[in-house]
Design a protein around this ligand. Structure first.
Ligand code: AHM
Ligand code: MG
Length: 335
């Protein structure tokens, strides 16, 4: 059943708590904490255009506070919120070399979940006032509760995700997330700081006519991707397709999920594993894509079935409308 619109995110979380496999309220509180940190980051991102007026990174502002780069600010905001509320047992961030173990005030930590996060993806877009995003992924730990987390707790394949989502700081700020029961999107009313259910039960159109890829790297692409791009550009049937590339994964993905399209970041001669990170970027987006009826692949296999071997592992990424991803896979497999 499609959830009713205009509900607040808070109401939605409470109503849907029973859907969680291990329903103790812990995951609901965790998503609530992410919602809160997202508001703090949103506030800061919206001021980014004033940076020359308020001071740049490394400066001290008029209140005597240190100005931080926005990606550093976002990283700290999410880690601080999740740590202070003692809601997770560990965090791994694209901005940190290693994972963080959360001990809890008493020294024990009986929480079940670990969070992996890309606090501010596409941050090169900030200086030019273009949308950026936060991406998060939640797993149940593998090792025993009450003991310190280990690398093993973070190196789980995407098919073990309990929840995943993104925040898009765009013309409106939205949270889009899944707990494995479809995908729902909530839009922030900044005047009152409340997120409303604006996009219930989001669905990737099965087919689309938008392809999103950095074509500047064309000469370095594998032959299968070159052939697929030529296919997109050919005048035949409903083609040529439209090319749209913001260079901000969350924004490109969000548009494609609403309109129908494919996002591609392939391996290149220079970067044999592509650019995007499996744990912080590809797995959460793949979970959302699949829950919305889309598909995510590395060209040959399902993204969520890849067994990670390191925290900052990269992978080629093909994600979007199911028929489009299958088409590019065919081209990849022919070459
Ligand atoms: P980042 O994690 O350093 O921000 O890089 C990830 C971003 C994605 O959001 C975006 O799709 C991609 O990098 C753009 O890369 P490129 O400029 O090479 O096309
Ligand atoms: Mg990133």
């Amino acid at each position: 059943m499609t959830p009713q619109k205009n509900k607040t995110l808070g109401e939605f979380i409470i109503e849907n708590q029973s859907e969680f496999r291990y329903s103790s309220g812990e995951l609901s509180r965790l998503i609530n904490s992410i919602r809160l940190a997202a508001k703090v980051v949103n506030h800061e991102v919206n001021k980014a255009g004033l940076v020359d007026i308020l001071g740049t990174a490394g400066d001290t502002n008029v209140q005597g506070e240190d100005q931080q780069k926005l990606d550093v600010f976002a990283n700290n905001a999410f880690i601080k919120t999740l740590t202070n509320r003692e809601i997770v047992c560990g965090i791994a961030s694209e901005e940190e070399d290693d994972f963080i173990t959360i001990k809890g005030r008493s020294g024990n930590n009986d929480n079940k979940y670990v969070v992996l996060i890309d606090p501010l993806d596409g941050s090169s877009n900030i200086d030019v006032n273009v949308s950026v995003g936060t991406i998060f992924s939640i797993y149940r730990r593998i090792t025993h509760e009450g003991t310190p987390v280990t690398l093993e707790d973070f190196l789980q394949p995407g098919n073990k995700q309990v929840a995943a989502g993104y925040i898009i700081y765009g013309t409106s700020t939205m949270i889009v997330y899944t707990t494995g029961h479809g995908v729902n999107g909530f839009t922030l009313n900044p005047a009152i700081g409340t997120y409303y259910l604006s996009h219930p039960n989001m669905q990737f159109p099965v087919d689309g006519n938008i392809y999103s890829v950095n074509e500047g790297n064309y000469v370095h692409f594998p032959q299968g991707v070159k052939d697929y791009i030529k296919y997109c550009q050919k005048e035949e049937d409903d083609r040529p397709y439209t090319s749209r590339y913001i260079g901000s994964l969350v924004s490109d993905f969000h548009r494609n999920m609403i309109k129908g399209g494919i996002y591609i970041y392939p391996n290149t001669a220079k970067d044999p594993n592509g650019k995007l990170r499996l744990l912080y970027e590809c797995n959460p987006m793949a979970f959302i894509a699949e829950q919305a009826g889309g598909k995510a692949s590395n060209g040959f296999e399902r993204i969520m079935d890849i067994q990670p071997t390191e925290l900052h592992q990269r992978t080629p990424f093909f994600c979007g409308s199911k028929n489009m991803v299958e088409k590019v896979e065919n081209f990849m497999q022919l070459t």
